[in-house]
Design a protein around this ligand. Structure first.
Ligand code: FE2
Length: 203
């Protein structure tokens, strides 16, 4: 990902139709070209006003929210989080269905969640239980333990000093065209198109 201001829309690592039937071309066109573009444009607008942060990487900005001038903080949290979260999300999806999970990650999932199946169930439960707009995450804490967490709106795990490994967008814009109000169906579909190599490489 491009690290600092001015940010440009990052292309998807696959074609728009390639995640069908799990996520449609139309959903990706809106989600990537409209929603992510808007977060990107708005982040640039905010950072234009904060020259002292223009050389700082987006991740460092999101890790050090106290360094953001108070009147720009909400704009950075919402739009900087929006840019990071969406690039992270799109990067970890794959046209290859039901990929194998690399051993390095599988071992850790079994250690912390008893089994891969149990981890998937816990992730689904968390994503389904997120009230309103937000994200479900697999993260690694400072003791190298894996956890599932929820962040609201465009908050990121960086604010709690957690390392993100996988995220699942449960804003309605991520699924409404394909699944309407059936968030559970979207979550089930998402599980099939995770690029586990990308996730494992984030460890
Ligand atoms: Fe989204």
């Amino acid at each position: 990902m491009q690290t600092n201001y001015p940010f440009q829309l990052k292309s998807l690592p696959y074609d728009y139709f390639q995640l069908e039937p799990f996520i449609s071309k139309m959903t990706l066109e809106y989600h990537h070209d409209k929603h992510l573009q808007a977060y990107t444009d708005n982040l640039n607008k905010v950072l234009k006003e904060i020259p002292e942060l223009q050389e700082t990487s987006l991740i460092d900005i999101l890790k050090n929210l106290n360094n953001i001038p108070e009147n720009f903080k909400t704009g950075i949290i919402n739009n900087g989080g929006g840019v990071f979260n969406h690039n992270f999300y799109f990067d970890q999806l794959s046209p290859s269905v039901d990929m194998d999970i690399p051993e390095s990650l599988k071992t850790k999932l079994i250690k912390d969640f008893s089994s891969v199946e149990n981890f998937i169930e816990e992730l689904k439960k968390a994503a389904l239980g997120c009230f309103g707009s937000g994200w479900a995450w697999l993260v690694e804490d400072n003791n190298n333990n894996l956890q599932i967490i929820i962040t609201k709106n465009q908050d990121t795990p960086f604010k709690d000093n957690l390392k993100p490994l996988l995220n699942l967008d449960v804003w309605e814009h991520a699924y409404y065209i394909d699944y309407q109000n059936r968030r559970a169906a979207y979550i089930d579909a998402f599980i099939h198109i995770i690029n586990w190599d990308v996730v494992a490489n984030r460890l």
